[in-house]
Design a protein around this ligand. Structure first.
Ligand SMILES: [Zn+2]
Length: 67
């Protein structure tokens, strides 16, 4: 059922991070986000709130949709 909604409306991506600092920066400014993600790839990813699908390597477009 969760996946049904994802199919209909698209995934509801939220940013996740091992590092709270990075998560904080992402809500602030796109340029800082890019800086931080390129510096520490593995500690940042996107996750769907509904179906828990994980996107370990979000593209610029993915990130723009989230923010
Ligand atoms: Zn989903």
């Amino acid at each position: 059922m969760k996946k049904f909604f994802c199919k209909l409306f698209g995934h509801t991506w939220v940013h996740r991070s091992d590092n709270p600092k990075i998560a904080w920066h992402t809500s602030k400014k796109m340029s800082e986000l890019e800086m931080n993600t390129s510096a520490s790839d593995s500690s940042f990813w996107l996750e769907c709130q509904r179906c828990s699908l994980r996107n370990d390597h979000p593209t610029r477009k993915d990130l723009r949709d989230v923010i």
